[in-house]
Design a protein around this ligand. Structure first.
Ligand SMILES: [Zn+2]
Length: 55
């Protein structure tokens, strides 16, 4: 199960965080815009679906 700590994008303005390394949207965040943690933001829908599918 590929997992890593939560992260989010600081640009554009963050509206959600990611916690599944298979999330395409999460993986598309450029390193310079990447922040660790949840940012107190809701979980990305795609991540939630991947998590629910056990991925
Ligand atoms: Zn995501």
């Amino acid at each position: 199960m590929p997992k890593r700590g939560p992260w989010y994008s600081t640009r554009p303005v963050a509206t959600k965080h990611h916690d599944n390394s298979l999330c395409i949207e999460g993986n598309n965040i450029e390193d310079r815009n990447l922040a660790r943690g949840t940012g107190k933001l809701p979980l990305c829908r795609r991540c939630a679906e991947l998590n629910a599918a056990g991925k």
